[in-house]
Design a protein around this ligand. Structure first.
Ligand code: 5RP
Length: 277
C-alpha cells in the first residue's frame, strides 16, 4: 500500500488495536437540520477531543470546525438527493478530490446503493473515486446506505453490499449492525465499521450494539445520532470509545457513562472571592 494512503488510514483505524471511533455529523447533506445537529459547531466542539476522526461535508467542515484543531477528517463527497425527494439513491460525487486535498482530509466517503434504482451509478462512482483517491494516497470509505428500505438490513444484504464495496477497491466500509454480523465482516477483506442508525431507546441499547459489533469483528464505529442525540453526548462518546479501544464490557461502559453523567451534574459552581455566597 502506498505510504500516504497507509498513513492516512492509520489516522482513522489506529494501528495499535486496529480500531477507530469516527464521529458522524454528515447527516445534514440529505436530512437538513437534524435534531440536535441544528447548529453543527455547538454539537461538534465538545465531542471533538474524544473522536479519532470526524465524518462530515465540506460545508460543515469549513463553517463549523476550527481549522487549527488536529482531528483527522473523513470528507463526505457524495450527495444530490434529499429525504423529501423521490429517490435517495440518486447520488453523484459532489466534491472534487482537489477540494478534498485542499481541506487536508484523511479519507473520502461516499454512499453506495446496492439493489436500489441507482445502484449502477453509485458503484461506478465508487470505482472512479478509488482510482482518483489512490492517485493522491487518499483512502475511500464506502457507506452501504439503505435509505428508506431499512428492511434490507440483514447479513445477506449487508454482506453483499460490503463485499461489493471492497471488490471495487474501498479501503474501509461502513454498514449497519445485524444478526450474524460476523458473516458480514468475514466476507469483507477490508475493515468494517458500523453506523449507529436512528437514536435507540436508551444509551444502554447503543452500547450493546457497539459491543456486539466489536465482538463480531467490526473495526469500530462511525456513529452519530446515538452519541449527539443523547442528553449526555460526551459521557456517551467516552463510553463507546471504552468499548472500541479498551475492550470494556457493556456493563463497564454503562457504569462509566452513568458515572460521567452524574459527575457532570454534580460539578459545583466556582464561587469567586468577589461573589457573595
Ligand atoms: C448517512 C451517514 C451517517 O453518517 C451514518 O448513518 C452514521 O450516523 P448514525 O450513527 O447517526 O446512523 O452516512 O448516510
Amino acid at each position: 500500500m502506498d505510504w500516504g494512503l497507509k498513513n492516512r488510514l492509520a489516522r482513522i483505524i489506529k494501528p495499535h488495536d486496529k480500531r477507530g471511533v469516527m464521529l458522524a455529523v454528515d447527516h445534514g447533506y440529505f436530512l437538513g437540520p437534524t435534531e440536535r445537529l441544528e447548529e453543527p459547531r455547538k454539537t461538534i466542539a465538545p465531542l471533538l477531543p474524544h473522536a479519532d476522526s470526524l465524518m462530515l461535508t465540506r460545508g460543515v467542515l469549513r463553517t463549523s470546525v476550527d481549522a487549527r484543531y488536529p482531528v483527522p477528517v473523513v470528507l463526505r463527497v457524495s450527495g444530490g438527493s434529499s429525504i423529501i425527494g423521490k429517490d435517495l439513491s440518486n447520488e453523484k460525487i459532489t466534491t472534487s478530490v482537489k477540494d478534498a486535498i485542499k481541506l487536508n482530509v484523511s479519507a473520502l466517503a461516499m454512499s453506495i446503493f446496492v439493489g436500489a434504482p441507482h445502484e449502477h451509478e453509485s458503484l461506478v462512482s465508487l470505482g472512479n473515486l478509488v482510482n482518483e483517491g489512490e492517485e493522491y494516497g487518499i483512502p475511500v470509505l464506502a457507506v452501504t446506505a439503505v435509505g428508506k428500505e431499512l428492511e434490507k438490513r440483514d447479513a445477506r444484504y449487508l454482506g453483499l453490499a460490503c463485499r461489493i464495496a471492497a471488490e471495487f477497491g474501498a479501503h474501509l466500509v461502513k454498514t449497519y449492525y445485524c444478526e450474524n454480523f460476523e458473516k458480514v465482516v468475514k466476507a469483507c477483506p477490508v475493515p468494517v465499521i458500523i453506523a449507529g442508525g436512528p437514536k435507540l431507546a436508551t444509551e444502554l441499547d447503543a452500547l450493546k450494539l457497539t459491543f456486539d459489533a466489536i465482538q463480531a469483528g467490526a473495526s469500530g464505529v462511525d456513529m452519530g445520532r446515538n452519541i449527539w442525540q443523547s442528553d449526555n453526548p460526551v459521557p456517551m462518546i467516552k463510553a463507546v470509545k471504552a468499548i472500541v479501544h479498551q475492550n470494556a464490557t457493556v456493563k463497564e461502559a454503562h457504569e462509566m457513562f452513568n458515572m460521567l453523567k452524574g459527575a457532570k451534574k454534580t460539578v459545583k459552581p466556582v464561587i469567586r472571592s468577589n461573589q457573595k455566597s
